[in-house]
Design a protein around this ligand. Structure first.
Ligand code: PLP
Length: 388
């Protein structure tokens, strides 16, 4: 099988399993317990937090372990919006981009429906990029904005935003910028201070850690209300007995990912370029979606007019090539991708989208084979469509 759906999830790395194993077995303590077993767990958690902070170049106290990218996004958007409006009731607006993951888009909608915030959506261009000047216009001074959020790299087309430029706009307006960096993990620069963001979400399972663990960075100067109340763990920002093993797993995966990032980016980017060139040459009406160069090294996404993405996906699966139509998070719905619609694609074309996303260990042989199978699958689906 050729697995080209790494943006949906990745297998857990062996080193990560080994690092977390003791905390699932003999070192199973609760970090809040005042005995040796508990203290060992607390130490492991603190070490994991410091290790993650070292990778991100931030303070350990600025990191909150969560149950995943979704929870990190929810906590950032809702927690910061609510805290900042309490501090200043004029801050009743939330600004997000038009291509956010549902974890942000639906959190914004919740803030509108239940808490009365106004939501302003910043459009993207045909490549999926937010123009900093447009962002500045929507922020309009920023006095009434509680929080803004623009994702770092898009999960469907891989377009990478100019986060430092957007963060400069937000900072000038006195508004915290949150970025969903779930897809950027392992591929792009993650230091929040260098990006200029006030908050940033990460997810373990895109990085070789298990599903069900994530991380939220929140700059020490930014107020945030917790969403989960209880025993006051995670500096009071996320109550509940900590998942020590998964925190260790995430920190280990982050450290390994960062150590191998430079080499992986160079190698995979070259393979991605070859793959894109081969697909565009072999399938004449194929359209690359997302920005031509400002894209994740690991993502190639296309539309294939005259097909349906779902049919080509199934045809490819029969040929042992695994990819994604739309994003897995939105899978199960027939609606064309909201991201592609926001980028200005027609509904009919958006329904023909497929995403190929690569792990750091992808090979030239796999991608060469996948491109051949893809050309055959698209041809077959187009022919079947024409006969109907
Ligand atoms: N944000 C983005 C951009 C994603 O791609 C995903 C998952 O695909 C998430 C958030 C959600 O992360 P998790 O699956 O860890 O909840």
């Amino acid at each position: 099988m050729i697995f080209l759906d790494a943006a949906a999830t990745t297998p857990v790395r062996r080193e990560v399993i080994e690092a977390m194993f003791p905390f699932l077995t003999n070192q199973f303590g609760n970090p809040s317990s005042h005995h040796e077993l508990g203290e060992a767990a607390a130490t492991a958690l603190a070490t994991a937090r410091q290790e993650a902070a070292d990778v991100l170049g931030c303070h350990a106290e600025e990191l909150v372990f969560t149950s995943g990218g979704t929870e990190a996004d929810n906590l950032a958007l809702k927690g910061i919006a609510l805290a900042r409006r309490v501090a200043d009731p004029r801050r009743t607006r939330v600004v997000i981009s038009s291509i956010e993951h549902p974890a942000i888009a639906d959190s914004a909608d919740f803030l509108r429906r239940i808490h009365g915030f106004a939501i302003d959506v910043v459009p993207v261009d045909a490549d999926g990029l937010v123009d900093p000047a447009t962002f500045a216009e929507v922020m309009a001074g920023g006095d009434d904005v509680a929080i803004s959020s623009v994702m770092y790299a898009n999960n469907e087309v891989g377009t990478v935003q100019d986060i430092p430029a957007l963060a400069a706009v937000a900072t000038a307006a006195g508004v915290p910028l949150h970025t969903d960096a779930v897809q950027a993990g392992g591929w792009l620069e993650l230091a929040p201070a260098r990006l200029g963001v006030a908050a940033m979400s990460l997810s373990g399972h895109k990085l070789g850690a298990p599903k069900g663990v994530g991380l939220l960075y929140v700059s020490s100067g930014v107020q945030m209300e917790p969403l989960i109340h209880g025993g006051g763990q995670e500096l009071g920002l996320r109550s509940g007995t900590e998942n020590v093993a998964f925190a260790v797993a995430l920190a280990t995966a982050l450290r390994l990912g960062e150590a191998g990032r430079g080499a992986a980016v160079e190698r995979v980017m070259a393979l991605r370029e070859d793959f894109i060139a081969t697909v565009l040459a072999r399938i004449p009406d194929a359209v690359l979606t997302g920005h031509r160069t400002r894209r994740l090294p690991s993502v190639a996404s296309f539309c294939f007019p005259g097909t349906s993405g779902e049919s080509v996906l199934l045809e490819l699966e029969r040929r042992d090539v695994i990819c994604s139509s739309g994003s897995a998070c939105a899978a199960g719905s027939d609606e064309p991708s909201a991201v592609l619609i926001a980028m200005g694609l027609e509904r009919g074309i958006a329904q023909t989208a497929l995403r190929f996303s690569f792990g750091a260990d992808v090979t030239a042989a796999q991608l060469g084979g996948a491109a051949e199978e893809l050309a055959a699958a698209v041809e077959r689906v187009q022919k079947l469509g024409a006969q109907r």
